[in-house]
Design a protein. Structure first.
Length: 352
């Protein structure tokens, strides 16, 4: 029997914006055929594409009853809050969703399967709860072997968390495939895993095993021609630097794309000043280079909050400042960054 096609109602209640509803926005952008509607009473009836820049035509409804009319079979938690906790007010709605025949899909740190009330409701309704942020039980320390594989390894790094590192890698992977590369997007966070259907929740691993978990992602895909690895956190972020370090050394990248949001001057959640891009480029190359020689080869900008003219000026300014190709993959596509990949590595085997 064929696997059930996932059809989701995405819950964002009161948080439907590009930053707080990162999971919702990314799933709508990259899995639009699987989204039945968005459940958010504060934004019900509004044009979702005007709110978050994607999802055109996807309805926003106010109640679960309205959502059920679109015949979903899964409710996705669409937010990525600090600490990954479930808003307490949502629990009752999740129980009702289970009773109504919906599976639950969550990328929170707080595992829904471990909530007695939700687990009981799921069992009674014969519904499934999937916690995608739960890592494997058999992780171990890195052996420093990812640098030896033939697969080329491109890692997204950034000046802050939550600035589009996943989207830059998804767009580059798609463009590389169009050019004939045997490429794969490597998910390292909950939203990427939901989109790709595989990956590793890096920010949920035991610290001693984080590098090993990143290394496993590479080793499992060592026969690919090129890997586009989703980044996490930021090396200069007071709260999320550890996962960035684990990826830098565990995946042993030979190239990196620096992601940056020009309108952001301090890091999110725990504010600290964001250093200039040349400093960050040098810092990442030195830290990554402790394990494997790596170069930043391009800049992925997030200009969502800028006008079209200001965004273009920022691209030109960034290229002058860094001497590297820069673009916003949302506005202009990923061609320029994949050009940088081919300048660094050469053309794909099929194109030679």
């Amino acid at each position: 029997m064929a696997a059930k096609q996932r059809r989701m109602v995405i819950l964002t209640e009161g948080q439907l914006n590009i930053w707080s509803a990162k999971t919702a926005v990314s799933v709508m952008r990259y899995c639009p055929d699987e989204v039945a509607c968005v459940l958010d009473s504060k934004a019900a009836g509004q044009d979702i594409s005007k709110l978050v820049g994607t999802g055109k035509g996807i309805p926003v409804v106010a109640t679960l009853k309205e959502a059920l009319a679109f015949k979903p079979n899964t409710l996705l938690i669409g937010i990525a809050p600090v600490g990954g906790h479930l808003p307490k007010a949502w629990k009752k709605l999740l129980i009702e969703a289970l009773k109504s025949g919906l599976d639950l899909l969550s990328g929170l740190h707080e595992f829904l399967n471990e909530d007695p009330d939700l687990a009981k409701a799921a069992a009674k309704a014969k519904r499934k709860i999937t916690d995608v942020r739960k890592p494997p039980d058999d992780l171990d320390c890195s052996e420093n072997i990812a640098k030896n594989v033939k697969a080329k390894r491109v890692l997204a790094v950034g000046s802050d968390c939550n600035i589009g590192k996943m989207s830059v890698m998804l767009e580059m992977n798609a463009e590389a495939k169009r050019r004939g590369w045997n490429a794969e997007f490597v998910a390292t966070g909950q939203t990427g895993i939901i989109i790709a259907g595989s990956g590793m929740p890096m920010d949920r691993t035991i610290s001693d095993f984080t590098n090993g978990a990143a290394e496993r992602l590479v080793m499992e895909r060592k026969n690919r021609e090129i890997l586009f690895v989703e980044g996490q956190g930021a090396i200069g972020h007071p709260a999320y630097s550890a996962v960035t370090m684990g990826l830098l050394h565990g995946t042993a990248p030979d190239s990196m794309i620096m992601c940056h949001c020009p309108t952001r001057k301090v890091t999110r959640h725990v504010p600290t000043e964001i250093p200039p891009l040349p400093f960050l480029i040098d810092l990442h190359e030195k830290i990554a280079g402790l394990v494997c020689s790596a170069k930043v080869i391009g800049i992925g900008l997030n200009t969502f909050e800028m006008s079209a003219s200001d965004a273009q000026k920022e691209v030109e300014k960034t290229e002058t400042l860094t001497g590297l190709p820069a673009t916003d993959v949302y506005r202009y596509g990923a061609e320029k960054l994949v050009d940088a990949v081919e300048k660094f590595y050469g053309k794909p085997k099929k194109a030679k």
